[in-house]
Design a protein around this ligand. Structure first.
Ligand code: WTA
Length: 687
């Protein structure tokens, strides 16, 4: 046992970490909490006046006359891009860096608030010239480059609704998301790079969605290029001689390193830089109603069809602004903040783009992977930019633990003062490692619980204020009312239950895009129209601290990425060799959960390694690499009830290595014996 391991063992006995001294809050938190407990609506109204800049002040706060369709500040008007840009520039902070962009080959680009505003205005005019009007949907499929923020802000400036798709998704998943939202314009990139390889994104996009009837234009950003002419300054060493990647799915997978011109269809496609160059530099921010739709973000639910979660302007921005400031104790004048998520997830929307920009903070935006060129790149970046607040996912921490403390050990991390995590429960050991090895034992950790649907963090410690317990997301933020319910709806005041939120909050989703019915059914049918059902189970301890256990629906959380079992199943079943498939999660030390697929092949096909590789590739192509099953178990039959329903519960038990539950209701109980045996053999082979 190393000295670090011994210390970690000892620290597991520590139940509670009190906030370190030296944190001075910008807004007195305890006063917020008291105000919110007294009158949550009034608390939010005060915060909205205090933190946001309004063109037309609101007189109405919450309208709860038609639950679950709530509105906030509905008669007020404001522009979100003006809140994120103009108000900082006009206050003399235009030269402040909004993003220290760091390319994966070591390039740096500092983008100031004034530059962001200038580009946002030009792009907003450019989009208008392409026929985009308020309410139109604009798709965004971009890697981690500053243009992604410009694209989002330009939409917000003219009231267009953005629909960002995570770069790890395959073009066919982009197609689905564009098609169901009837996107008019897509903003994408010619090519993206990952670990020295290049993916020809535009060509792949053309092949998959060139024929979408609603899609009138494609705007193409010139992405950073290794050894090429791309948008980044100072290209570093050429990437020639690297192996081409095995598959071309998503922005992250490469097909070689050579520079190439993207195919452009005249009349439909336009280069981003040409669009900006030809556009009027002035685009005044138009006042928009508080409830004007801001964005759709697709997320996985319990059916194969992704849910188009819709957020609106003022309430969402208030949530992102307030929580970013309070949870992380942000001081925009002195902090350098870095959230390592991808902008294609809600974490990127709220805590890379909107929260930090609304607060006028300086952030790092990093293009690359955590292990390229070496496994110390994150820590090098923290040292290079003197990052003070760092926000990442437990899965990333577990990977760093596996790599070993020598990588962070190479760098001076003493600039750090607050650490955050999001996306999945963090086990106490990983929490302590983060605390000791990255935080030097001095940085409070904020374990932030929230969802795409909640828009911003709802349950979390406040840095420097809340006493933390490793593994617990601790307590609700001021103005948020979570509770636990038993299966039959009884309140649970201590112990385990289903997590619900009993009062509306400003940044909550407003509906599922063009699907009010599914919105009500998914979140508000179980306990009535005023109780939001989260989809997680949690435990409440005697101190009133929440411990999130995990999803209770058919959603799998792989490395903090939400995937629907039904979506993966339907991708597998779409393969001609497959007759039937069932997908469940198995626990995984590193990724939290991993996907296991039980597959019955059609006809005389045999399940061998080649078939397994084919199916995995097929899933990567349909959804994205992140959805590839870790393990495929060939099954001649799946466990079914007499009425033919697949009993996933039993498959989950097998995958988790648990005793099987009741098998007597199975049509053919012998099926489970065969499957259990195969799972065991597959595991033994692995070891
Ligand atoms: C899980 C990500 C435990 C949870 C912001 C939730 C967490 C789902 C935590 C939402 C946390 C998120 N502790 N579990 N701190 N944060 N989760 O929509 O199951 O991608 O329902 O939003 O992630 O995932 P989503």
């Amino acid at each position: 046992m190393t000295e670090l391991e011994a210390t970690l063992e000892d620290m597991l006995a520590v139940e509670r970490f009190d906030p370190p001294a030296g944190f001075t809050r910008r807004r007195p938190v305890e006063a917020d909490r008291a105000a919110a407990d007294l009158d949550a609506e009034r608390f939010w109204a005060d915060a909205a006046r205090d933190l946001l800049t309004w063109d037309k002040p609101f007189t109405q706060v919450l309208d709860d006359t038609n639950p679950p369709f709530y509105t906030w500040f509905a008669d007020g008007e404001l522009n979100l891009s003006a809140n994120c840009l103009d108000r900082h520039v006009s206050a003399g902070r235009g030269e402040r860096v909004a993003f220290h962009w760091r390319g994966e080959e070591g390039e740096r680009r500092d983008v100031t608030y004034a530059q962001l505003l200038a580009d946002t205005q030009r792009l907003a005019n450019g989009l208008r010239s392409l026929g985009v009007a308020a309410g139109d949907v604009v798709g965004i499929f971009l890697p981690m480059i500053p243009e992604v923020a410009v694209a989002m802000l330009a939409c917000a400036r003219i009231g267009a609704v953005h629909n960002v798709v995570f770069g790890g998704f395959a073009p066919s998943a982009v197609r689905e998301r564009m098609e169901v939202s009837a996107a008019k314009v897509l903003i994408t990139v010619d090519g993206a790079r990952r670990k020295g390889r290049r993916a020809e994104v535009k060509a792949a996009v053309d092949a998959e969605l060139g024929d979408l009837p609603a899609l009138e234009h494609i705007v193409v950003v010139r992405g950073p290029r290794t050894g090429g002419d791309g948008g980044a300054s100072e290209p570093a060493a050429s990437g020639s001689g690297k192996e081409p990647a095995a598959s071309g799915t998503g922005l992250a997978a490469g097909v070689g390193t050579g520079a190439s011109e993207a195919p452009m269809t005249p009349g439909r496609d336009v280069w981003y830089d040409a669009l900006l160059a030809g556009a009027d530099p002035d685009c005044p921010a138009i006042p928009l109603p508080a409830e004007h739709p801001l964005f759709i973000l697709y997320s996985s639910g319990s059916t194969a069809k992704p849910k188009g979660i819709l957020h609106t302007t003022a309430g969402y921005l208030l949530g992102a602004t307030y929580t970013h400031r309070m949870v992380f104790d942000i001081n925009p004048d002195t902090d350098v903040y870095w959230c390592s998520a991808d902008v294609g997830w809600i974490t990127g929307h709220s805590y890379i783009v909107y929260g930090p920009l609304s607060n006028g903070a300086t952030s790092v935006m990093y293009e690359g992977a955590p292990d390229y060129p070496d496994r110390d790149i994150w820590w090098q970046i923290i040292e290079e930019f003197q990052v003070t607040v760092f926000y990442t996912a437990p899965t990333a921490i577990r990977t760093c633990i596996k790599w070993g403390p020598e990588y962070p050990g190479r760098h001076d991390l003493s600039s750090l003062r607050v650490l955050g995590t999001v996306g999945e429960p963090i086990n106490p050991k990983a929490w302590l490692w983060y605390h000791l090895v990255i935080g030097g034992g001095r940085c409070p950790i904020v374990d932030t619980w929230w969802q795409t649907e909640t828009g911003s963090v709802l349950i979390s410690p406040l840095a420097g204020v809340t006493s933390t317990k490793p593994g617990s997301a601790t307590q609700p933020l001021p103005g948020i009312s979570p509770a636990l319910r038993s299966e039959d709806g009884e309140p649970v005041t201590e112990g385990t239950g289903v997590l619900v939120i009993t009062k509306p909050w400003p940044s909550m989703l407003r509906t599922l895009y063009k699907d009010d019915k599914r919105f009500v059914e998914t979140y508000f049918s179980r306990f009535g129209p005023t109780t939001y059902v989260v989809g997680d189970a949690a435990r409440l301890d005697a101190d009133g601290y929440y411990w999130i256990i995990g999803r209770i629906d058919d959603v799998i959380n792989v490395s903090g990425h939400r995937l629907s079992t039904a979506e993966v199943e339907s991708a597998i079943v779409a393969h001609e060799a497959v007759a039937e498939a069932a997908v469940v999660a198995e626990p995984d030390e590193q990724t939290g959960q991993a996907i296991v697929a039980f597959v019955t092949l059609a006809g005389e096909q045999t399940g061998d390694a080649a078939m397994e590789a084919r199916l995995r590739e097929h899933v990567a192509h349909r959804i994205g690499k992140l959805a590839r099953p870790r393990r495929i178990i060939w099954a001649d039959d799946l466990p079914k009830t007499r009425s033919g329903k697949i009993m996933r519960r039993l498959l989950r038990d097998v995958a988790a290595g648990r005793e099987l539950g009741d098998v007597t209701t199975l049509r053919d109980p012998a099926v489970m014996a065969v499957i259990t045996d195969r799972v065991r053999t597959a595991r033994d082979d692995e070891e």
